[in-house]
Write a protein that binds this ligand. Structure first.
Ligand code: AMP
Ligand code: GLY
Length: 418
């Protein structure tokens, strides 16, 4: 049988899990650009030294190597139009085009689409001026939420609890950029979770729900990060929650995009919150989540590549997920993350074959693997009992990781037990 060739764009833990999932098929070779060195340890996976934003070279690579399909991991190439470029070159690619990617790249666009489609979300107003924003906050109750418009990797959100904090935050935002566009929105209270689906424009394939932990410290304290750990599925939510997300959020948004002549293809991630008035949207992403992917994709029993190809060809299919176990993973980050942190840390070793590891910020230095970046790797365990999975991960980290060098949480999964 001829080997299929796939190209995956990105280099983090999410892409590590995607590469691993795609490469389960022995008839598939997976190239990852730029990838990270630990991906080369995976069978049938090879990294290619091309930057994720170097579209010319990526297109050239795909053409020269007869790549069958390309999948895009991170948001930046999507919002910069990588899918449009691949389409122009007649290359098959799974991901939203630049217009569709606005659901993530412009919070204002996302809000406007939600408003037209009657999708439940926080009420909001937009500003690009310090004094008007401040006057608005004087008129409203706290807490209130301020968001920078545009991609900010989860770091452009401020939960404001007092007028003094409002002034301080606006001062610092408008000192950086006197015309910064911001959204000020109603604070939503409830448990947050991630609903990720795969879409070909009209048909939707759901994935198990997951819960990320965005703050750096236990108890959801400290600054926001890219995500410090996740678990999936979520025992505290029944199928009714997934269904509510599908009916009240995903479908109406896809219909509204369709009405506007925008075809949404790819992964669509709804950051949802279960409030006392039901499910509401916090944000959209137009890609899979990191670290959610690392605990979702190992549950897929069908072949990810085949699922994508069938979906994009509008073929009927049954997509199978495991239902017996909970997958839970903790991120190991460099101490100091999301602020200043060291690179070049030695990687911890784990010798428990029941744990899975997903590598993100790793690099080769003098033929040694070392850390490079904030989030370095994820330690994952799966068990029929979520508490046991949590204990496995926490114990392994306690035994093998130097907490002087590494930051990690120990309460991933706790919200399921409340
Ligand atoms: P975002 O970048 O929009 O995902 O926001 C990052 C985090 O800020 C979210 O995961 C929430 O924890 C918090 N957040 C954002 N918007 C709201 C809101 N309207 N109410 C409460 N928390 C929010
Ligand atoms: N886990 C949050 C994100 O990927 O944006």
């Amino acid at each position: 049988m001829k080997m299929e060739k796939w190209l995956l764009i990105g280099s983090g833990g999410r892409e590590y899990a995607m590469a691993q999932s795609l490469a389960k098929n022995v008839n598939r070779e997976v190239f990852v650009a730029p990838g990270n060195p630990m991906m080369n340890v995976l069978e049938r996976v090879e990294t290619v030294d091309i930057d994720e934003l170097d579209f010319d070279t990526l297109v050239e690579f795909a053409l020269n190597n007869q790549i069958d399909w390309t999948v895009v991991g991170p948001e930046k190439p999507l919002s910069d139009g990588i899918v449009d470029r691949f389409n122009d070159a007649n290359l098959k690619v799974f991901g939203p085009n630049q217009q569709a990617a606005q659901l993530e790249s412009s919070k204002e666009f996302a809000k406007e689409v939600m408003q037209s489609a009657n999708v439940p979300t926080a009420s909001y107003a937009t500003f690009s001026n310090h004094d008007e924003a401040f006057a608005y906050m004087e008129q409203h109750d706290f807490p209130i939420v301020v968001k920078l418009n545009g991609l900010a990797a989860g770091k452009g959100v401020f939960i404001i609890k007092s007028l003094a904090e409002a002034r301080e935050t606006l001062d610092s935002i408008y000192a950086n950029d006197a015309n910064q566009e911001i959204l000020i929105e109603e604070y939503l209270d409830g448990q947050e979770f991630s609903m990720i689906v795969m879409v070909n424009g009209t048909d939707v394939i759901t994935m198990p729900l997951a819960q990320d932990h965005k703050r750096i410290y236990d108890g959801d304290k400290g600054p926001n990060t890219g995500g410090m750990g996740a678990y999936s599925p979520l025992p505290q939510f029944g199928d009714d929650v997934l269904n509510e997300g599908l009916v009240k959020v995903i479908r109406p948004v896809l219909d509204e995009m369709h009405k506007r002549g925008i075809l949404f293809q790819g992964f669509l991630y709804a950051g949802l919150i279960l409030t006392k008035d039901g499910v509401k949207v916090i944000e959209f992403n137009v890609r899979m989540g990191d670290p959610e992917t690392q605990v979702i994709l190992p549950q897929l029993q069908s072949d990810l590549g085949e699922v994508i190809v069938n979906l994009m060809n509008h073929r009927d299919q049954k997509v199978e997920w495991q239902t017996k176990r909970y997958y839970l993973g903790n991120v190991l980050a460099a101490k100091g993350y999301p602020g200043n942190h060291k690179n070049g840390l030695q990687l911890p070793q784990f010798n428990d074959s029941n744990l899975a590891l997903a590598y993100a910020g790793v690099d080769e230095q003098d033929e040694q693997l070392v850390s490079s970046g904030g989030r370095i790797m994820m330690v994952i365990s799966a068990d029929e009992d979520l508490k046991i999975a949590q204990n496995n991960v926490n114990q392994a980290i306690k035994n093998n990781v130097d907490s002087n060098d590494y930051a990690f949480r120990t309460d991933i999964g706790d919200k399921a037990f409340r």
